[in-house]
Write a protein that binds this ligand. Structure first.
Ligand code: DX5
Ligand code: ZN
Length: 225
């Protein structure tokens, strides 16, 4: 599944056209970054933007909550059944409560890990998630470069899930998911690819061309690796 990052849509007035283009190209999810300026040094997509997004597109949201104490803020976003909602392991003392809260909305709970956060921090919440978001950059900004050791982290996570008898849990990768990095991430075991400035919203190519190129790179990941 691919999940273009709304944050990278530079001109909001053109958002409706861009979202129509994404719908026409069968985008699976719409990665929607929420930032509070405390958990990350940036502000992005508040509650009203999220509610407005649902009015102008039918693509299910993949809400990435880069906020402190997300368990206290879930009710702000009118979370819908079937949406994906990721909260950061590092952002709360009450991770299991946050994940259970997402589940109560009928949404898919996802735990997100910054590059430096070890996989062992997930050990006691694997039952509570439908997947894990491996941040392949330090969160807060688009256009950053992959943190190299995160590729191996994806493979180790895929093995950790298999060893726990949870091979169906999803792995989402977020940050510099480029035409070059995506096949490597796919080979390492990723399922959901957040497409931002280094792919779908890249400088060259139309959205349609870039999505086709991205899907082709994912299909033939052996050839690209
Ligand atoms: C960064 C966000 C990402 C970002 C991806 O904190 O979580 O979703 O928008 O942008 P690129 O693909 O340019 O790294
Ligand atoms: Zn994100």
């Amino acid at each position: 599944m691919i999940s273009p990052s709304v944050m990278c849509i530079s001109e909001w007035q053109g958002a409706k056209e861009i979202l129509c283009e994404l719908e026409k190209n069968h985008t699976d999810l719409l990665h929607t970054d929420v930032m509070d300026g405390a958990f990350v040094p940036n502000l992005m997509l508040g509650t009203e933007s999220i509610k407005h997004l649902r009015k102008i597109t039918s693509i299910p949201l993949d809400i990435h909550m880069m906020v402190e104490h997300p368990e206290d803020k879930l009710s702000w976003f009118d979370i819908q059944p079937g949406e994906y909602v990721s909260v950061h392991v590092e952002s709360t003392r009450h991770l299991q409560k946050a994940l259970a809260g997402i589940r109560e909305y009928g949404a898919h709970p996802m735990a997100a890990l910054n590059p430096a956060t070890p996989l062992c921090s997930l050990e006691d919440v694997l039952e509570d998630v439908d997947g894990v978001v491996v941040m392949t950059v330090n969160p807060g900004f688009a256009g950053q470069k992959l943190v190299p050791q995160t590729l191996d982290k994806i493979s180790r996570l895929r093995k950790m899930l298999a060893d726990a008898g949870m091979k169906d849990k999803l792995i989402e990768v977020d940050g510099n998911v480029s035409f070059v990095n995506a096949p490597k991430m796919r080979r390492a075991g990723a399922d959901i690819f957040v497409c931002g400035t280094s792919s779908v919203f890249g400088r060259e190519g139309t959205i349609q061309e870039n999505i086709a190129h991205f899907r082709e790179a994912l299909q033939n990941f052996e050839a690209y690796c």
